[in-house]
Design a protein around this ligand. Structure first.
Ligand code: HSE
Length: 437
């Protein structure tokens, strides 16, 4: 054993675990030369040693017990790629308690138990690294913690779930319904057999919690974050959005008005202008638009999932682990002792898209407009497709207003005797760009 090498305990040899191993074999010399120490996989923990895999781990390194990794004093860094929360938590906790550096791509683990784990990492003075947990291969964590360290981050708009972005893209491109697009995503292997975590918005929610915690430097409580998925998005809304000059994206929004303002952290399907670069993020790709007070706007685009992109992120953390082994410790810019003060979602502002199905009678539009006006909502655009039947669709764009006012207006509109179906409301983010001097 080379004592100067970084000794790695790899927990999990699924798609990403195998990818990390293979890419270390492929680019190990390059990484060693750049990081100043060799990276050696010393032990690999798998759940089922007898499972037939596309890539077999070297038998001499394999154990069925992840506890061996945390207990091995020769191991410098534990790479947790097991997935799930319960066992992964036990492993990461045991590793940190034993003073091992931890690298994980497990966003659910960090969003749900990160407060305790980051506190433990601080207490023990060891890094807990998580580049792979947000937007896969896009190096957004290091961008925020290192490259943009001279900025106050004012906002982040992220397309951080490839499955949802694929479904929404296909609904727009092919004019197909949500169920058909989901079925296609599953057939092509983009969506899990159980896609609930993705389409409910919670995979993106976990990533938003981590981004919000980094931006604020305090812990974002998952219970206070509003997360809405894409299951209810109708093909009609994608079509109307397109006619109005917008694309529908599942958007993670993290932003703060002014330095003393409360932090907004939410994930909701949102219209973005068709000419904006985020609207051109198609298929399974991810993108994160960061606005810093010094840099202005910076856009990061790439693969948000997959074996190799995620391996790339894990290996970047192994580079960081090499520096930590030499004593250069970077703790996450999250102080878990503090809780981020979040803006109640009803006080958050945006523009809106509204679709109503109403009686096709004179005066109906005026009644709806008056009610919206009573709640301070201004109408920017109205679209009423020609109809000869006794019902009509009214599609509107509303100007900047608090979410709570719009929701109150909507409840009243839903109760009007001329309203035939539950109104559809989506956020709309104009996304003006900002350049600094
Ligand atoms: N399932 C996620 C996605 C990747 O579809 O983007 C892992 O977070």
């Amino acid at each position: 054993m080379d004592a100067r090498a970084l000794q790695i305990g790899l927990a999990g040899f699924g798609n990403v675990g195998a990818g990390v191993y293979l890419n270390l074999v492929r680019n190990g010399d390059l990484v060693a030369a750049r990081c100043g120490c060799r990276l050696e996989v010393r032990r690999i923990a798998v759940r089922d040693v007898n499972r037939v895999r596309a890539v077999d781990p070297p038998a001499a390194l394999v154990t069925a017990d992840w506890r061996e990794l945390a207990a091995d004093p020769e191991i410098d860094v534990i790479v947790e790629l097991m997935g799930g929360v319960s066992e992964a938590y036990d492993l990461v906790k045991a590793a940190l308690e034993a003073g091992r550096i931890v690298v994980t791509g497990n966003k659910a683990l960090l969003a749900e138990r990160g407060r305790e784990l980051f506190a433990l990492a601080r207490e023990r003075g060891v890094p807990l690294l998580f580049e792979a947990a947000v937007a896969g291969g896009i190096p957004i964590i290091k961008a925020i913690q290192e490259s943009l360290v001279g900025n106050r981050i004012e906002s982040i708009y992220g397309i951080v779930n490839g499955t949802c972005n694929y479904i929404l893209t296909r609904m727009q491109e092919a004019g197909i319904a949500y169920a058909e697009a989901l079925e296609e995503a599953q057939r092509l292997g983009y969506a899990e057999a159980d896609p609930a975590l993705d389409v409910s918005g919670w995979d993106a929610g976990h990533k938003a919690i981590l981004l919000g915690s980094l931006v604020s430097g305090a812990w974002v409580d998952p219970g206070s974050v509003v997360v809405e998925g894409i299951e209810h998005i109708a093909a009609a809304d994608i079509g109307y959005a397109e006619r109005l000059g917008y694309a529908v994206k599942l958007l993670a929004v993290i932003r703060r008005k002014g330095e003393a303002g409360l932090l907004e952290v939410r994930v909701q399907p949102s219209l973005v202008p068709s000419q904006h670069m985020l609207a051109a993020v198609h298929g399974v790709f991810n993108a994160v638009l960061v606005r810093g007070d010094v840099v202005g706007d910076a856009l990061f685009y790439g693969s948000g999932a997959g074996r190799d992109p995620t391996s790339s992120a894990v290996i970047s953390d192994l580079g960081e682990a090499c520096r930590a082994k030499r004593g250069v410790i970077q703790t996450a810019l999250i102080n878990p002792a503090e809780e981020a003060a979040l803006l109640p979602v009803d006080e958050s502002f945006s523009h809106y898209y509204l679709r109503l199905n109403v009686d096709n009678l004179p005066g109906v539009l005026a009644r709806v407009a008056a009610l919206l006006g009573d709640h301070g909502a201004g109408i920017t655009t109205v679209l009423q497709p020609e109809t000869e039947g006794d019902s009509a669709e009214l599609v509107m764009v509303l100007g900047d207003a608090p979410y709570g006012s719009i929701r109150r207006a909507l409840r009243e509109i839903a109760e009007l005797d001329c309203t035939r179906e539950t109104p559809v409301l989506l956020r709309l983010e104009p996304l003006e760009t900002r350049a600094t001097a």
